[in-house]
Design a protein around this ligand. Structure first.
Ligand code: SAH
Ligand code: SF4
Ligand code: F3S
Length: 468
């Protein structure tokens, strides 16, 4: 713990006293509701926010209705995500009208952009509390100030490089867990807002990560995902000599029945050493999420990605050589400014060459303050959406072809309980993250099962349990 964190304990105590007064008055503790938008990093941050709120005497609810504290953890990656956050917060205005003591907070990536701070300041007067990801650990302090002074706290300290340890975490699952290994990003891909809103790369100390993973395994966690914007940069800022492959090797020595995943891996510094460690490990899932973004060297350069297709394909081939069973997934952006029809077709051809199991595809969304947003020749919405549809059509066929050979095979699947969309079936995920549906029962949730795959379609596998 560093100095800043130690000082949080007094604020936690102050808010807890406030919560106790509320409980004495109302016969029930105050309720907090944390809403998460965006990626796994935000999910992990929200588990810490909920953990801190719990420590401060709040009961955590899964809806905003009776809450005394609402926190919206925002994302800025595409325009859609920002609009969603603002519209959600807009919906909470009427709750505030009913309960003036309600505290509405916004945090995360979107709310540290200057233009958003101004917008929230003037157009969302009912937002009481605002802070960015670098100040996450100061949430108790900021909330205590808000409660004490009854005035708005809009706080942003972009230069805070604290790597906070020891925050309480209220995990949403008892068998899947996120573990952040580093924060921030130094890459400045020309389309991306993340380096501006999450600051520079900071790695957690290896020992702290090892301790956290060991505790999770001891507590029965079966699937642990290490998080960072570019995990391959892990350790570059530490005094201790330890790169990401070294970290994985050490984690792999922890005894237990569990799988380790990681995301995201930037192709510019995905090393053979990392792939060798994965191939010879006992616990690291044979799953590589390796965002390609585009199949055109010209576009990759304009995106500031620092690799070309030759390098990218070299990594894919090496993964397949060392781990023929590896599931490889990717992120693709269509409609980057100036992307020509030929360049888009290079992306289609790259999909056919690589044959990813699955991709996450995105329509380029200009982000204020990033270099790509300044390029004049933006692609029209019609062309972007037509390219998006063509991309999906090509990938869907490949995904189906990748899934079909799994029919007849017995796969290890971690059961996630009853399906969210159909309560007549159970669902789980394979080591490579593929969704499997099967007949199951409640007590299987959180357990590894062996499932014989009987049918495969583009997005899922269907099978029968052969071993529990
Ligand atoms: N750090 C990760 C990516 C995090 S963002 C990496 O480098 O791989 C997840 C994905 O969102 C990116 O891989 C990219 O495909 C997409 N993305 C980022 N900025 C975007 C934008 N402005 N428009 C559309 N998609 C974007
Ligand atoms: Fe964004 Fe690139 Fe950093 Fe990923 S590596 S978060 S795409 S800037
Ligand atoms: Fe994640 Fe969105 Fe921030 S994708 S890093 S929450 S901008």
């Amino acid at each position: 713990m560093n100095e800043n964190q130690v000082s949080q304990t007094e604020y936690i105590a102050a808010v807890r006293a406030n919560s106790a007064r509320y409980a004495a008055e109302h016969g029930t503790p105050p309720i907090a509701f944390v809403l998460t938008l965006g990626c796994q990093q935000n999910e992990a941050d929200s588990e810490k926010l909920a953990g801190m709120a719990e420590e401060m005497g709040y009961e955590i609810a899964d809806k905003p209705d009776d809450a005394s504290l609402i926190l919206v953890n925002t994302c800025a990656i595409r325009e859609h995500a920002e609009k969603r956050a603002l519209s959600l917060v807009g919906q909470y205005k009427h709750l505030k009208a009913k309960r003036p003591d309600l505290v509405i907070g916004m945090c995360g990536c979107m709310v540290v952009q200057e233009h958003r701070i101004e917008e929230i300041k003037h157009r969302y007067p009912y937002v009481d509390l605002l802070f960015g990801t670098s100040s996450l650990y100061r949430f108790p302090e900021l909330l205590a100030q808000k409660l004490e002074r009854k005035k708005r706290i809009l706080f942003h300290d972009p230069d805070d490089r604290t790597v906070a340890e020891g925050m309480p975490i209220r995990r949403t699952s008892t068998y899947r867990a996120w573990v952040s290994v580093m924060y921030g990003c130094n890459n400045f891909c020309s389309y991306c807002i993340v380096p501006y809103v999450r600051g520079r790369e900071r790695s957690r100390a290896k020992d702290a990560i090892v301790r956290e993973v060991r505790e999770l395994v001891e507590n029965g966690y079966r699937d642990i995902t290490l998080l960072g914007q570019n995990v391959n940069s892990y350790g570059k800022d530490l005094s201790e000599q330890c790169d990401f492959a070294d970290l994985l090797s050490e984690l792999d020595t922890i005894e237990g029945d569990y799988l380790l995943h990681f995301m995201t891996s930037h192709p510019k510094d995905a090393t053979r050493k990392l792939i060798d460690v994965m191939a010879s490990s006992r616990h690291i899932a044979h799953h590589f999420h390796l965002p390609m973004q585009s199949g055109s060297d010209r576009v990759l350069q304009a995106m500031n990605r620092h690799y070309d297709m030759e390098k990218y394909l070299g990594i894919v081939d090496y993964i397949r050589e060392k781990m023929p069973d590896a599931v490889i997934t990717s992120d693709i952006i269509v409609g980057f400014p100036e992307e020509s029809e030929e360049e888009f077709e290079e992306t289609l051809n790259a999909l056919k060459r690589v044959r990813f199991d699955m991709i996450y595809s995105f329509i380029y969304s200009p982000r204020k303050g990033t270099p790509a947003a300044e390029i004049e020749a933006q692609i029209s919405p019609e062309v972007k959406s037509a390219r998006f549809d063509r991309l999906l059509a090509v990938q869907n066929e490949i995904s189906l072809e990748k899934n079909q050979p799994l029919q007849g095979m017995a796969l290890r699947v971690l059961c996630d309980g009853v399906s969210k969309n159909n309560d007549a079936v159970y669902q789980g995920r394979t080591e490579g993250g593929k969704i499997v549906f099967f007949d199951g029962s409640q007590e299987l949730e959180g357990r590894f099962l062996t499932i014989k795959i009987e049918r495969a379609d583009t997005f899922a596998l269907y099978g029968t349990i052969i071993e529990k």
